[in-house]
Design a protein around this ligand. Sequence first.
Ligand SMILES: *Cc1c(COP(=O)(O)O)cnc(C)c1O
Length: 494
Amino acid sequence: MRYISTRDNIAPLSAAEAINLGMVPAGGLFVPESIPHIAPWDSSQTTYHETARRILASLLTEFSDTELTTCIDKAYNHTTFDIASVVDLVPLGSSRFVMELWHGPTAAFKDVALQIMPSFMGLVKKKLEERSHTVILVATSGDTGKAALEGFRDREGISIVVFYPADGVSKVQELQMTTTGGANTHVVAVKGNFDDCQTGVKALFGDSALSKRIRAKGFAFSSANSINWGRLCPQIVYYYHAYQRLLAEGKVRSGDPVDFCVPTGNFGNILAGYYARRMGLPVRKFICASNRNRILTDFFAEGTYDRNREFHRTISPAMDILISSNLERFLFEVTGHDADRVRQWYGALAETGKFTIEPDIRDKINEIVDAVWVDESQVLTTIGTTFRQNGYVVDPHTAVGVAAAHAASDGDVPLVIDSTASPYKFSGSVLQGIEGTTPSDEFACVERLQELSGTEVHRAVKGLRERPVRHRRCIEPHQMRQTVEAILGIDEIP
Ligand SMILES: *Cc1c(COP(=O)(O)O)cnc(C)c1O
């Protein structure tokens, strides 16, 4: 399987090379040249691991069975995930299911990908005989950072630098990151929002003079953001897993369609679902759920992607994004690999902050995507009603999904809502939704939420208060390059 650029600006590469590079150096994202077909299979015994082997083997063809099995077993086991099935599927009323994707070490769905991606990286470096020290640069809206830090800490030959928006993450998210151990981990607060962090990281990747200089010192940049194919492809697995579970439980018969509702930010999670559909999973449609930062909802309705708008800070911060990077892959796929058009659109986006797709493409997208946005009060109301009516606690991101599902689902086919974070990661907002008030101390919120729900506190949050803060850097957005240079010890100050 070869990987090509959404902007047709690099020769096709192997999966290993695509994963090693992260994104196309000249701009653009790697996608598989062709999409393998895997029909859902008949088996009530299939483990998550077996599903992962089937899906990943079809996409990462140069990895041997043994290599893949090693990566999968190392990523998904009783020390990394607190349930044997890795992800769980919980009924929420009739014909609705919540797919709990947050049973990994950091309580967010990103663990599913970021527990396995570092193994891919290690393997890829061996295959490519890449001897330079890999420097993973991450921009995070809160959850990727910690998940990547946990995935990459103490991995040989790799360092990781995480940039997060100084006032854009929750107290728990911030502490999770700044208390991270490991000799190869670096965490930096940026006085700006997530887009500033992401733009800054993209600029570092695009800075060819910098690349040359760090190469000369034995370093090479790579990415753990969902722009890296190695991060995206493990997410395809759980869409299949959910369907296999529904099959095994007799909730669907082979070939019956289902809908998925995905709380969306960078468009990575929902894109993985789209690839599952293209690979043959019977998905009727996706509900693309957004918070007040409704840029995707407007785009799918009007055909214009316009980032010239106010940025809102919400209680679902991991979805506070105005540039959904993976949308580029989606547009490349729905246009039948029209790199010329993608180049034009993303050129316009870089220059004017917006682009418009033709109505026929928009219509084609709307056949498979329903986009819905949910305002803040609705998110809180949904947390409260879901608790009272179903006895189930959802975090604010998942609540966006639940509310969007109420608005967009006709109930004709089973619907799976992706639950992207444990409620304990956002205890304050969750309590606000359930009780209307909230203790000012985040950890008092955690205790109260446990009392109310009777569920166990996620181990990612337990004991966090006592852990020492190890990372205290806080910088302006324009200082990102010099910060990386300082961390690597290659700053030019004489
Ligand atoms: C990252 C994240 C999202 C958004 O996922 P994308 O793949 O960026 O669309 C939603 N919810 C939570 C809790 C997240 O951490």
